[in-house]
Design a protein around this ligand. Sequence first.
Ligand SMILES: [Fe+2]
Ligand SMILES: [Fe+2]
Length: 136
Amino acid sequence: MSLLQWKDQFALGVASMDKEHRDLVDAMNRVFELDQQQAGKQTVDGAIQRLMQLTVKHFQDEERHMEAIGFPDLQRHARIHADMLRQVGEHYAAFQKGDGRVAKSFFDFLVHWLAAHICHIDRKYADHGAPVAGKK
Ligand SMILES: [Fe+2]
Ligand SMILES: [Fe+2]
């Protein structure tokens, strides 16, 4: 069982970003699977760290992409990323202090992030960078 299945509505039509979003979904599902299997704390820790590394890289790449297409709301989007990284860090710190199981609130945060951030926040730069014939 996975935490989250990739849905067509997550696709933005920006190949490089879609690929990274898929990798993030995979990394989240990996953490979920290991937690379900009651894997050792170190193993789960490694999977969370991998997810965090991918997230940091994705945000950097995404901010570079927005800069390249002249997206006007880059600063605000970057602040949302920074806030999300802070929250991931807090969830990770709580995990490290705990017994090796991942809190439901951490998974809720990850799922909400994908559904809301990709579909609404990331969608804005995708629409901005879309060909003129596109919507809006
Ligand atoms: Fe984003
Ligand atoms: Fe993104």
